[in-house]
Design a binder for this molecule. Structure first.
Ligand code: ATP
Ligand code: MG
Length: 301
């Protein structure tokens, strides 16, 4: 496929799942099993599309790196077993590791709890020319922390600051942080891998039944299923308050891994294309220097 056709296709694939404003956003309008025009017979076609996408991504990343002006931050959030790790692995499989870094954010350490909630993530924002991936992020602060208020109680925030407006303040601070990043040339894209409760159960059972997947299973994860509805509510509220034009959310249907990977790749291609990246232009003096160097190299014995 020609590059401009591929970019157009990527835009068409990603666009239905993009949320740029929280107004009227409802999670239940998004079907975790959606595969657009593809059906299961098209799985191979989708895999080919992904391979082409990965190749296109690698070319775009090369320009991003060479130009060294923009940075790209991709944030992944999801319920357990939604396929975050696999999506990250597959979509970024073709990119130059030198220009890409992944950071996972687990339950905060005591050092991290000694700081404001954005601290540990802001230290990991990618530098110019790079793609940075957050596997979980500061969004946990309005998700798991909201679902389990006892986590908030353990954060060392002065009591007087824990008013009923806390969540709105966190949303406001996250929006401000992302606006700040975008004004500094860090392009932010956020992905919610939207898996259904039934599919999650299926994947947990696979982790129990297949010995080589046992290591992935944790009873704590399946225990969290009893809070499923609370999480869905927390995700909906979070997306509603933090979807903006400059840093949109993608609600990626995640019940079919082959499809969710295509959508993520498409969204990243679309994002990189929007930057209109170019290799740095070479001026007259530099061209003369190149010509002189060439002459010297050719004259070598
Ligand atoms: P995997 O299970 O695939 O290895 P994971 O991202 O689920 O990846 P875990 O170590 O299982 O990694 O889980 C990380 C846990 O840390 C999640 O339950 C998440 O909710 C929790 N977590 C992340 N950030 C915070 C936070 N700021 N406060 C409290 N808990 C957090
Ligand atoms: Mg886990």
């Amino acid at each position: 496929m020609k590059a401009d056709k591929l970019v157009k296709k990527a835009h068409e694939l990603a666009n239905p799942f993009r949320v740029t404003s929280g107004k009227n956003f409802r999670l239940r309008d998004y079907d975790p099993g959606d595969t657009l025009q593809f059906d299961h017979k098209d799985k191979d076609r989708a895999k080919k599309a992904l391979a082409q996408g990965v190749q296109a991504l690698s070319l775009l990343q090369d320009k991003l790196y060479a130009q060294d002006q923009w940075a790209v931050l991709l944030i992944f959030q999801a319920m357990d077993a939604a396929g975050k790790d696999g999506a990250i692995k597959h979509v970024m499989s073709g990119v130059n590791p030198q220009g890409c870094e992944v950071h996972s954010f687990k339950a905060p350490t005591s050092e991290e709890l000694d700081h404001d909630f954005l601290w540990r993530c802001s230290k990991r924002v990618p530098e110019r020319g790079r793609i940075g991936i957050f596997n979980r992020s500061y969004y946990e602060e309005t998700l798991v922390v909201r679902v389990h208020p006892q986590i908030l109680a353990k954060q060392k925030i002065p009591r007087g600051l824990l008013g009923k407006d806390l969540w709105n303040q966190r949303f406001e601070d996250i929006r401000a942080f992302e606006r700040y990043l975008s004004r500094n040339g860090v392009l932010v894209r956020k992905f919610f891998l939207n898996v259904s409760k039934e599919e999650q159960k299926k994947r947990f059972l696979e982790r129990i039944d297949q010995p080589d997947k046992n290591w992935k299973f944790s009873t704590a994860d399946s225990h969290e299923r009893q809070f499923w509805n609370d999480y869905q509510k927390a995700y909906e509220e979070t997306i509603r308050h933090t979807a903006t034009k400059e840093s949109p959310w993608y609600i990626v249907p995640a019940d079919n891994k082959w499809f969710s990977r295509v959508v993520v790749a498409a969204a990243v291609i679309d994002a990189l294309d929007s930057l209109k990246l170019e290799y740095p232009k070479v001026g007259k003096t530099q061209r003369e220097e190149l010509a002189a160097a060439k002459k010297e190299l050719l004259a070598e014995k």
